[in-house]
Design a protein around this ligand. Sequence first.
Ligand SMILES: CC(C)(COP(=O)(O)OP(=O)(O)OC[C@H]1O[C@@H](n2cnc3c(N)ncnc32)[C@H](O)[C@@H]1OP(=O)(O)O)[C@@H](O)C(=O)NCCC(=O)NCCS
Length: 175
Amino acid sequence: MFTRRINEKTEVALGVPQFAEELYELTDTNRTFLKKWLPWLDSIKEPNDTKKFIAGELQRFAEGKGLFGVIFYEGRIAGVVGFNLIESDNQSGHIGYWLGEAYNGKGLMTDSVKDLIELGKEHYSLRRFEIRCAVENSKSRAIPERLGFVNEGTLRSVEKVYDKWYDHVVYGLVV
Ligand SMILES: CC(C)(COP(=O)(O)OP(=O)(O)OC[C@H]1O[C@@H](n2cnc3c(N)ncnc32)[C@H](O)[C@@H]1OP(=O)(O)O)[C@@H](O)C(=O)NCCC(=O)NCCS
């Protein structure tokens, strides 16, 4: 397993198909929690859907276009973090993440995103990092705010999550 040690109890591993079963289980048990902010839950109906998603992300990783990391807390999958998109020409990385509800409130995501930024600087020579959060998603917004990102403005009606349209705050960090 290719991992980055975040702290004593937490590691982030490159997502591989072997994680599909456990990651699907975490997704499935957190459907209601995640559906509030994430639009793709209905497309993940069985472990094989997670497996196909991971395979697609590995392909994008191989092309240098993305990085899908899986967060392990005390040896169990707790959530995901990564670059949804790496724009190598613009040296820019777009960060996305989610955690199972039981793993909220421990600082796991703030620490994992902090490490992802270091990885982005070191291995991809990134100089700009971007995180977009729904205006109302205060727990997600708190992550870039804790890490010193700048609120660069609001995109109006930019994402449909089930039947509701959301405005997004764009957070940027230029290093
Ligand atoms: C967004 C999301 C990842 C935030 O999770 P989180 O647990 O609040 O974030 P962190 O892991 O960074 O933990 C921060 C919390 O742990 C606390 N904490 C404890 N130890 C900490 C530490 N060492 N460092 C930072 N925070 C710590 C913080 O006080 C904070 O708690 P608070 O909100 O009560 O103040 C999670 O709620 C989630 O997955 N939501 C659904 C999906 C989603 O919205 N994804 C993002 C779409 S843009």
